[in-house]
Design a protein around this ligand. Structure first.
Ligand SMILES: NC(=O)c1ccc[n+]([C@@H]2O[C@H](COP(=O)([O-])OP(=O)(O)OC[C@H]3O[C@@H](n4cnc5c(N)ncnc54)[C@H](OP(=O)(O)O)[C@@H]3O)[C@@H](O)[C@H]2O)c1
Length: 321
């Protein structure tokens, strides 16, 4: 039997403790070797909970010699530095989204990983949920006729004032943190030739980052994608594909819990059919995909990660002019 992949974690982040560490612990192909934090007490507390070694300091974690992969759940502005450091010590990396705050850096890191035959995966989990593959099949089978338009929204209520998402120095802002989901969904369904034809970012009073926004994109064949995102809204996490003969609707699209029963709404010929699928744990599926890529020595296609980074920068530029 092959030994599990030994993972070191850089930062005792909420997403790490709540979602990713339980998934790494449950996956037979991964084992949490160590958790590093800036505060030794916090690192000890988290390490105790997951039965691994606490480490005080991120550099110190990278000095350990029994770690093959690193998970980076830091604020966005710190992803590039620590991802690069981990790659330079020969570790495979699973880094939180957005991989960096600038598409040139994203390109550099993807090249660095590929040159060393290391897996570098951005932690966009919803793409690993089987519901979206089922939607792709429906579209390919002509269930809604010819695809005309895509709409997606991810909006959440306000967060505590000290949240990393409100801090420009830490790479905060609704676009990269939240808008990344509907944008990635648009790329997932409409492909990499999608380009920006309109964008607006809104910074609400008293905030130093954009707190909401929207963008309009189009394929060369004029299939349009409209995305809405924000962190001062009622909760919404959904997308719709509009065809010449029908519409597909998907709710709880981006962060469904493991036991959620996924439903695809198929509206066609004046009728609505709710297609129910088995629950699917997208966090477990993502961890398994990372471990499998490392095992197989197969570098995942970085195309969507890179195009997403280019479009995030493009939306910022478009909204500023
Ligand atoms: N893929 C997903 O579904 C998903 C979901 C939620 C969040 N995320 C992403 O995960 C990342 C972390 O988000 P989160 O909500 O978990 O954030 P968080 O709870 O604030 O965690 C960030 C961690 O970064 C470390 N850190 C290092 N320098 C810091 C600084 N100057 N200020 C604040 N923290 C610092 C801290 O760990 P120590 O103090 O222990 O060193 C902290 O616990 C973000 O990129 C976010 O977009 C992804």
């Amino acid at each position: 039997m092959t030994e599990p992949l030994r993972v070191g974690v850089i930062g005792c982040a909420d997403i790490a403790v709540r979602r990713m560490l339980p998934a790494f612990a449950a996956c037979p192909d991964t084992e949490i070797a160590a958790v590093a934090g800036r505060d030794p007490d916090r690192a000890r507390q988290v390490a105790e909970r997951f039965g691994c070694r606490p480490v005080h300091g991120y550099d110190e974690l990278l000095e350990l010699d029994d770690i093959q992969a690193v998970y980076v759940p830091l604020p966005a502005a710190l992803h590039a530095r620590w991802t690069e450091a981990a790659l330079n010590t020969g570790r495979h990396v699973l880094a939180e989204k957005p991989l960096t705050t600038d598409h040139h850096r994203t390109g550099e890191l993807l090249e660095l990983a590929a040159a060393q035959n290391l897996v570098l995966m951005e932690n966009v989990m919803f793409v690993h949920h089987h519901r979206h593959e089922a939607v792709r099949h429906l579209v390919a089978d002509g269930a809604i006729g010819e695809l005309r338009a895509f709409h997606a929204a991810f909006t959440i209520p306000p967060l505590p004032d000290d949240d990393i998402r409100y801090d420009p120095q830490l790479g905060g802002g609704a676009l990269a943190d939240i808008g990344v989901y509907p944008l990635r969904a648009a790329l997932h369904f409409l492909g990499p030739e999608l380009d920006i034809i309109g964008a607006r970012l809104v910074q609400s009073a008293g905030r130093q980052v954009e707190t909401s926004g929207a963008a309009l994109l189009s394929t060369p064949g004029a299939v349009t994608a409209q995305i809405t995102f924000g962190m001062e809204h009622a909760y919404r996490s959904s997308y719709e594909l509009w065809g010449s003969e029908g519409i597909i609707t998907v709710d709880r699209a981006f962060t469904p819990p493991a036991d959620h029963v996924p439903v695809i709404g198929l509206h066609h010929g004046g009728k609505t059919e709710d297609i129910r699928l088995a629950p699917h744990d997208q966090v477990a599926a993502t961890v398994a995909a990372f471990a499998t890529a490392v095992r197989a020595g197969k570098i995942p296609d970085p195309g969507d990660t890179l195009r997403q980074a280019e479009l995030l920068d493009g939306i910022r530029r478009y909204a500023a002019h």
